[in-house]
Design a protein around this ligand. Structure first.
Ligand code: GLA
Length: 413
């Protein structure tokens, strides 16, 4: 048994080495899809299967009217449970009760608003909610999606074999088919980080890959013992992954729970009662630093002012969308205090000062030399939208319990 396990490990290591070699050889051939992290809205966390064409149209309208589109959110993605079945020729069709006008006319509507459309499938016979998956129908489904005008595919891994090789093989084949039919399709791998997709996702031309199980609408989720994550457990899983992200290929720590306030169908399963406004700000700040895909999932038809303000914070979105495409790394941790730093294309850094303490506010200090600053710097607060001043050796901030203050720091000219 031990021998077998050892052999399995060696096999995984071998595949990963092959992937790296392939990555070096092929890195000239990447296509130019999703050069900054995708931004949009996705249906799952709030609505699960309660989706239909009227809802999608209302969400499209709201994306425009609320200022979300202007802020950069452009993908409207329907997740699981849109499916009707397959016809006699094997062609997939949407649930006729939920989508009586068919998918093409809905996609046309979304496009007419200047938005893009995303759809969900699975690399096995069934999706996670038991709908028809794309396994064995990859060419047919890719053609159907392209005919409908789909711009983004989220492809799940439920019901697929657990081994690494099958995951790479299936995703690689499907992505190649999709790219041959529609080269600029965004392809989102969703195998929840179980087979370290950051090691092979880029090589097989995926644009993003989930790094974790589904995120719940809560600060920490371990007490519910459900296997899912809150914002903090998800954050911890991103440590060290920064070297695998870059333009066109992103680590995906799952959706933005901002504005759900405990009302999400799946987001609040197992008792997740929602977050405070400060905690939602913290997710937005951290996900911006992480160069994470920003997929909102609250009801953007009825956002309160805080939710809108958080989701459309222009200065944070600039950090997230920075063309250098670097993901923040954790540069300091001392108990509940952490510093996360993201290098930006103009030579500045966005730095998150995080206080994970449940009760106490804290003073958090950044040593500027740790970021390579030798001269005085100017620091701008991206939540308060103002310059805090000029600093020489260090910056000390008061940070509330569960707050993450974000500064943009650059050398003073
Ligand atoms: C999985 C994914 C979720 C969602 C559901 C749909 O759990 O991780 O993001 O797509 O399936 O069934």
């Amino acid at each position: 048994m031990l021998q077998l396990q050892k052999y399995q490990h060696m096999k995984h290591l071998f595949i990963i080495i092959l992937c790296f070699v392939g990555l070096i050889v092929n890195s000239q051939n990447r296509n130019d899809v999703s050069l900054t992290p995708p931004m949009g809205w996705i249906s799952w966390n709030l609505f699960e299967g309660n989706i239909n064409e009227n809802l999608v149209k209302e969400i499209a309208d709201a994306m425009v009217n609320s200022g979300m589109k202007e802020a950069g959110y452009k993908y409207l993605i329907i997740d699981d449970l849109w499916h009707g079945g397959r016809d006699g020729n094997g062609n997939i069709f949407p649930d006729p009760e939920k989508f009586p006008s068919g998918m093409k006319s809905l996609v046309d509507y979304v496009h007419s608003k200047g938005l893009k459309f995303g759809i969900y499938t699975d690399i096995a016979e069934k999706t996670c909610a038991g709908m028809p998956g794309s396994f064995g129908y990859e060419i047919q489904d890719a053609k159907t999606y392209a005919e409908w005008g789909v711009d983004y595919i989220k492809c799940d891994y439920c019901y697929a074999p657990g081994d690494l090789w099958t995951a790479i093989d299936r995703y690689k084949k499907f992505i190649k088919i999709v790219r041959d039919i529609k080269p600029d399709m965004v392809f989102a791998i969703c195998e929840w980080g179980q087979r370290s997709p950051w090691l092979w996702g880029k090589e097989i031309d995926g644009n993003l890959w989930r790094t974790t199980w589904d995120l719940r609408d809560t600060w920490e989720h371990h007490k519910y013992n459900s296997g899912h994550n809150g914002i903090m457990e998800t954050l911890d899983r991103q440590v060290g992954l920064e070297r695998f992200a870059g333009p066109g290929h992103w680590n995906d720590p799952d959706m933005l729970v901002i504005g759900l306030y405990g009302k999400g169908k799946s987001a609040s399963a197992n008792g997740a009662a929602g977050c405070s406004v400060t905690e939602y700000e913290t997710q937005m700040g951290l996900w911006s630093l992480l160069a994470a895909p920003l997929l909102a999932c609250c009801d953007i038809r009825n956002m309160d002012e805080d939710t809108k303000r958080i989701l459309t914070n222009k200065e944070l979105l600039e950090v997230n969308q920075d063309k250098l495409g670097k993901q923040a790394g954790r540069i300091w941790k001392d108990g509940v205090i952490e510093l996360w730093a993201k290098p930006l294309s103009d030579g500045s850094f966005a730095v998150g000062f995080l206080n994970r303490d449940d009760d106490k506010n804290s003073e958090v200090s950044l040593d500027l030399k740790s970021l390579g600053f030798e001269k005085p710097v100017e620091a701008r607060d991206l939540w308060k939208h103002k310059v805090l001043g000029v600093f020489n050796d260090s910056i000390k901030l008061n940070v509330l319990s569960h707050e993450c203050r974000i500064l943009r720091i650059k050398e003073k000219d």
